[in-house]
Ligand binder design. Structure first.
Ligand code: AMP
Ligand code: FE
Ligand code: FE
Ligand code: ZN
Length: 270
């Protein structure tokens, strides 16, 4: 049985709509899929409706990916199997996405000074209809569309990397708040792609604050890293999760859903 507990849709920075994503998952013989858009849960409803309507053989976990305020590193945390209607969670996610919208104008002001001219409309068009969480990938896509760059990754490498020349931060919960919001919504709090966290004390802190699981299986993890994070989970009494972080972006592995799916027996979330 194959599962994938991390993937994105057009509601944040994915290429495929929630309906398309669940169709792709079913076609790839994935039996359980979590939709985890950045700062937004609105894709979960559409995905659930598509599964029902088209009788797809797939179980859906409603999820979300939080960006965490935690020093220099980009720390992300997933809320898995959440109640997407939980009022406190819904309210905070609205605040995060509203702030993301404001941030677009701030990024554009920085870009203007750096000699790159772009309108907010071009960025919102790149994010597309139904996008709840506009972000750096959409700014990058708009710059590519304008012809300033050939690829999105070039924009990240030159301008938009963390604390780079056109970088602007956005409203983020602390790790504690993200864990609390997830637990209030009856979900599991999972540290996403831990290889990106250079400061190991962040992981120790997460364990102390009541994180439930760690995403040990992740496409960019080496076999040694998988082992390392499984051992970390064992030591701290955490569960083990895994996901592909599928966005459907051409130059970002995995570009196809299902090429990195995980055997359910390797995980122990429930
Ligand atoms: P944001 O949340 O708006 O700060 O944007 C961060 C997101 O950009 C990450 O979660 C990734 O999905 C995406 N990202 C980061 N680096 C790259 C890259 N080199 N190419 C494409 N997308 C990227
Ligand atoms: Fe993303
Ligand atoms: Fe992430
Ligand atoms: Zn992700």
């Amino acid at each position: 049985m194959l599962v994938d507990f991390h993937c994105h849709t057009t509601v944040s920075d994915g290429v495929y709509t929630p309906s398309e994503v669940v169709r792709l998952a079913a076609a790839a013989k994935i039996s359980s899929l979590a939709i985890t858009d950045h700062d937004a849960v609105s894709g979960c409803r559409e995905a659930a409706a598509a599964i029902k309507r088209e009788k797809l053989p797939l179980s859906l976990l409603q999820g979300v990916e939080f960006s965490i305020e935690a020093g220099e590193d980009e720390v992300h945390m997933l809320g898995l199997a959440i109640d997407d209607q939980e009022p406190r969670l819904v309210e905070r996610l609205h605040a995060f996405s509203a702030d993301r919208e404001n941030r677009v104008y701030k990024i554009l002001a920085k870009l203007e000074k750096l000699g790159y001219s772009l309108t907010p409309e071009e960025v919102f068009a790149a994010a597309g209809d139904g996008a709840q969480a506009v972000g750096r990938p959409h700014v990058a896509a708009a710059l590519v569309k304008r012809g300033y760059f050939n690829y999105v990754y070039e924009v990240f490498d030159k301008l938009l990397y963390n604390n780079g020349p056109a970088y602007v931060s956005h409203l983020k919960p602390s790790l504690k708040e993200a864990i609390d919001l997830t637990h209030a919504a009856k979900g599991l709090a999972v540290i996403a792609h831990p290889y990106g966290i250079s400061d190991q004390s962040v992981l120790e802190e997460a364990a102390r604050l009541g994180i439930d699981a760690i995403e040990a299986y992740y496409p960019q993890h080496t076999p040694e890293q998988v082992k390392h994070y499984k051992a970390f989970a064992r030591r701290h009494g955490l569960k083990v999760s895994g996901g592909s972080d599928f966005h459907g972006i051409k130059n970002k592995y995995p570009h196809k859903l299902g090429v990195y799916a995980i055997s359910a027996e390797l995980l122990n979330l429930w």
